[in-house]
Structure formats: structure tokens, C-alpha cells
Write a protein that binds this ligand. Structure first.
Ligand SMILES: Nc1ncnc2c1ncn2[C@@H]1O[C@H](COP(=O)(O)OP(=O)(O)O)[C@@H](O)[C@H]1O
Ligand SMILES: [Mg+2]
Length: 245
């Protein structure tokens, strides 16, 4: 009796081991089919997968971002300021950038004449965010209103409501060339619709403008000016000469 019970137990254990072995083989075959080496050390594989996923997310955000190609190299964190004025701007912008995504983060504005680096710095912030897997969009005011206008065409690939929603929901919106003359009242309304949506959603916007501070405040109005002031935001003036050669 005992021998036969022991004998049965031995047989059960052996068949369980055989079944487990078959399952491991099946899983390894499936991993190989997916292009994953099952013999690779676990740590390396997850690290590599994480890097690939990050790279994929960065490319997708960059493609969707609206950032012009000539600013793809821009960065705020990698900027080496020359002199105290640039160092002050970098430090103010960097502190603000670190607040984005937190509750109550204000909007911000960069004011300066042509060539002072407003677009470069705005795109630099977006690119630094993408590297940290944080989203954002870039558009000029006119680029945005043109997109909305074109969305009314029958063959438009994206309806106006989706364009508005996408720009209103972005973690950061860099809105460039604020204050350029609009062709119609409707275009101004499209832009204000977007600014108000972001204001209501408490999403921060970085405004870039060539207008004087007084003209800029008059253009965006009291509510949005307040949204910049709330929580320590500011209109930062870039007072150095043009970098364009
Ligand atoms: N911090 C910076 N580091 C390197 N290049 C810069 C920097 N700021 C501006 N530039 C370069 O100077 C030129 C003018 O900057 P841009 O952002 O177009 O000015 P703005 O938008 O104020 O008219 C661009 O070629 C830009 O890449
Ligand atoms: Mg510019």
C-alpha cells in the first residue's frame, strides 16, 4: 500500500514538472515571437523597454506639438545664460516650468522685441517637458485661428471642436505671436474661446509677444492678465538685443 502511495506521489510530481516545463517553453516561444529575448536579464529588459517606450512617446509628442523644425534643438534647462539678466530669466522660467501640472500653476508671458529668443525659449520648455514625458503644444495665434477657419471646409481632417479641445487640454500651451493683427473679428473670437477654455480648466499658457506690456495686457484683457498674476506668474521682459544675425 505504502509503496504504491509513494509510487503515485512520485508519478504526480514528475508529471507536474513536465507540465511546468512545457508551459515555460510555450511562454519563451511567445516572447521570442514578440522579439523579446527570454534569456536577457530581467533588469536590462525592463530598462530597455522603458527607454524605447520613452523614445516613442517623445517622437509622438514632438510630431503632434506644432514646434517648427528649426527649434527642435531648443532647450531651457540646457541654456547657458550669458550675464545676470539672462540668468534671471532662466531662473524665473525654470521655477515656473517646475510648477506646471501642479494645482494653481499660473500662466506666464515673455515680452520682447523681434529676435530676443521668445520662440526659442517657449519651444525649449516644451522639448524639456517631452523628455520628461510631459505633454504640450505650440502654436502661433494666427496658426491656430487659421486651423479653426479651415476646419469649416468639407474636406477638413479634424473638426474645429476637436482642434479647440486638443489645444485647451494640453498640459502646456505655448501661444506665440500674440497681438498680430487679425483679419476678422471671428478670428479674435476663436483665440479668446481657446484662452477662456484654458482659463476655466486652470491650464497654464505661455504667451509670447512683441507688443509692449501695456498693449499686451489690453489685448488679452483683465481676466487673463489676472490669471498670469495669480500664483506668482509674471510678464517677463526680455531686454537684450536681437540674437538674429
Ligand atoms: N537661449 C538661446 N540659445 C540659443 N539660441 C537662441 C537662444 N535664444 C534665441 N536663440 C536663437 O536666436 C534666434 C532668434 O530667436 P527667436 O526665438 O526666433 O526670437 P523671437 O521669437 O523673440 O523673435 C533663433 O535662431 C534662436 O534659435
Ligand atoms: Mg518668435
Amino acid at each position: 500500500m505504502e509503496v504504491s502511495r509513494n509510487g503515485k506521489e512520485t508519478l504526480d510530481a514528475e508529471s507536474a514538472r513536465a507540465k511546468a516545463g512545457m508551459m515555460v517553453k510555450k511562454i519563451n516561444d511567445e516572447l521570442r515571437n514578440m522579439g523579446v529575448d527570454p534569456a536577457a536579464p530581467q533588469e536590462t529588459r525592463t530598462e530597455e523597454e522603458r527607454r524605447q517606450a520613452q523614445e516613442k512617446a517623445f517622437k509622438a509628442m514632438l510630431e503632434e506639438s506644432g514646434i517648427p523644425d528649426r527649434f527642435f534643438h531648443a532647450t531651457l534647462t540646457g541654456w547657458v545664460p550669458e550675464g545676470p539678466e539672462e540668468a534671471k530669466v532662466k531662473s524665473r522660467l525654470y521655477s515656473w516650468m517646475c510648477q506646471i501640472g501642479k494645482l494653481g500653476c499660473p500662466s506666464f508671458a515673455l515680452q520682447g522685441t523681434y529676435g530676443t529668443g521668445k520662440t526659442h525659449l517657449g519651444c525649449g520648455i516644451l522639448l524639456d517637458r517631452f523628455k520628461a514625458n510631459q505633454d504640450g503644444l505650440y502654436t502661433t495665434a494666427m496658426g491656430y485661428t487659421t486651423k479653426i477657419k479651415e476646419s469649416y471646409r468639407k474636406d477638413s481632417p479634424e473638426p474645429g471642436s476637436t482642434i479647440l479641445e486638443r489645444h485647451a487640454a494640453a498640459g502646456l500651451l505655448v501661444l506665440d505671436e500674440i497681438g498680430r493683427q487679425f483679419e476678422s473679428e471671428a478670428e479674435k473670437l476663436y483665440l479668446f474661446d481657446l484662452m477662456n477654455e484654458r482659463y476655466n480648466k486652470k491650464k497654464p499658457t505661455l504667451f509670447l509677444t512683441n507688443l509692449s506690456v501695456t498693449e499686451f495686457k489690453a489685448f488679452i484683457g483683465d481676466a487673463i492678465t489676472d490669471r498670469i498674476r495669480e500664483g506668482g506668474g509674471t510678464i517677463l521682459e526680455l531686454n537684450w538685443p536681437s540674437r538674429r544675425t
